[in-house]
Design a protein around this ligand. Sequence first.
Ligand SMILES: [Fe+2]
Length: 449
Amino acid sequence: MIYRASILAIFFLFIVSVTNTQTSTDKPDPEEILVLRGPYLQSGTTRSMIIKWKTSKPVSSRVLYGTHSDNLNKSIEDSAKVVDHEIRISGLKEHTKYYYAVGTENKMLIEDDPSYYFITSAKQDLEEVVHIWAIGDLGTGDREPEKVREAYMKFRGDHHTDVWLMLGDIAYYSGKDEEFQKGIFSDTYKYMMRNTVIWPTPGNHDMRSADSQTESGPYYDVFTVPTKGEAGGEPSGTEAYYSFNYGDIHFISMDSEDSPRQVFGDMAKWLEKDLQMDDHKWKIVFFHHPPYTKGTHNSDMDLDSRGRMKEMRENFLPLLEAYGVDLVLSGHSHIYERSYLLKGHYGYSEDFDPDTMILQYDNEKKKNKSAFFKKEDNYGTVYIVCGVSGSRPAVGTCDHPAMAVCKGNYHGSVSIEIRDNLLLGVFVDESGKTKDSFTITKEFSKRAN
Ligand SMILES: [Fe+2]
């Protein structure tokens, strides 16, 4: 008995000693400055870029940058000691690749690594393909969004993603700071966000802890978007909604959750001015609440999402269609749906008239499902719902008559490629398979007009 007790005592001492040794070696260095968030890119323009990152303690900010990865010969410093760092670099050349590193005035915090780079936006005369990636309802912070991202990257290959759209619900469940940490600043998007500008739109979950009127709360702290027209478009004066350009594409992000949605509200007034002055060949609009859906939300139910889908449909679609918007992207409903080329459907699904609201029929007089031709600027719009880039189950009745395609049970994301007069849209599922593809061809030259 005494022998057994001695053995147990020795074993216990061994465990304690191992635990102590581990504790002492794993103890964080109190002097060490950790980068907890990013670095990530915001508000890219043809001449400037914003780099943001977060540190474990208040320190000064420094960005080194240059056009060669082994020669970061320019620097910007800010001696203010902060944890949330935001440095704007200006005086850059258009559509140019710059490498960068971040740190403090005394010490760089990331190693020399060529994956830290940004590419400034291209001007309107760009002749190359523009690659756009759109993800919706992504912020679940688990394995599913990672699979969706890996599948898209496999699909995309070596091409750089020029424009990365987040269609809202970026931080489940309540848009808290720690939920943004889990939703987008964990490993899932870590490598992509260091070299690809994120353009967000607010979702209902994000806005539970934020306020669009005062532009306060974690959503507004995390993101910095153009408000003065610095990336193109009409100045919105608010980070709740904004626009920007890339190549010959004009993008508009609207706040369908927490900004006034009336026909004569501030957002509508700004939107009309923005659309009126725009002369880009392509127009893409994104907001969280879909005007048409039969997924986990139903756009026919007035009370669903407290009427936001109905209001977006009735109050904004006539304007978007009149000014020739080509594509509208939304999330919110956990399903993938993609419409025909449509014009004039602002009511319930029972009011949908395929003969007048679907604009094209093919040679055999069937509804044209996937190859659309725009004869003039305001000739129809395609609507996409993609609320399936996180892990929320993708289900629905899939029976909205405005939709040419509906896919339940798939998680995935939307890839869009635009070159000259052609747009190619693809829904890539979480295994990398193409589950939908469509094209829009512009059969007129806007420049010649
Ligand atoms: Fe939502």
